[in-house]
Design a protein around this ligand. Sequence first.
Ligand code: NAP
Length: 307
Amino acid sequence: MYDVIILGGGPGGLTAGIYSGRANLKTLLIEPNILGGQMASTTGVENYPGASQEDTGMSLAEKMADQARNFNVEVKYETAESLDLEGPVKKVKTDQAEYESKTVILAMGAQSRRLGVPGEEEFTGRGVSYCATCDGAFYQGGDIYVIGGGNSAVEEGLFLTHLAKKVYIVHRRDALRADKYLQDRALNNEKVEILWNTVPEEIKGDKTLESMVLRDTQTGELREVKKAEGQPMGIFFYVGQDPRTDLVEGLLDLNRGYIVTDEDMATSQPGVFAVGDIRDKKLRQIATAVGDGAIAANAALSYIDHL
Ligand code: NAP
């Protein structure tokens, strides 16, 4: 029996691990992919205190993971399939085994939203991507289209200017949602062109991506942008995130799909906490996920002390 099982190894889950491990709680962290979560696939991490210019999302993830392991957090690369969160003994069933714990900290984060444009799924991995750091290099010297106008679209679009001939940010409105400092950088970058009031309508190709049909949201006019001869063309979707709450639907109170917590990160089920992007909150950042993780581990300790 564990004291704490953490589901998800992003910055929120890893910090919860560091704090619960350091408090001598027997802690298991379950992660289906790589430690670091979305942070691991972001390029620069400029707004996390203490991160140096050399730090990438991946290097920070490695440091946080090392710190958690140093406090005896056990890590298993498994996929949670079902949860029993009622009563004093929580059960987590994964694709490999079943585990019991006094508390559970949910840190599964969020995943890139699919827009559902015709051709999007078909050309994913063959011109369409959701991760600039993973796939940007495939489009070196070509035209890259980034769909979306939030922090992710603009930040990753700016990163892609180092690889692309030109980066087009395709945004459905006439104003970006991204933070002002990112907007300024994009507007002042000669490799960036913003296609205002524009949305993708269809993605076309043969074996790989050849073109994209764009629609002007104000006039309805359609036009097709094509791959230039001898150059690659890439499309990166950054149209928001969806919380990974499938496992807890019907088990916990949710708001707009996100897990509702109190200020101790406690959910509607005693002994179950939620941290990071999966939680209903205003500011989704590494810094806030880390704060959530520390609070949740402390609250888990206090819950166990009162069992
Ligand atoms: P986001 O802030 O929700 O932005 C999504 C963007 O996609 C918006 O510009 C939205 O347009 C557009 N969009 C959504 N649905 C669309 C549709 N059906 N068709 C066309 N466009 C569509 O998502 P995000 O950029 O992934 O960021 C997620 C969270 O992480 C945010 O809280 C963000 O602040 C945070 N984040 C922070 C940083 C940082 O601080 N450095 C970096 C990355 C992410 P509208 O603007 O018209 O709604």
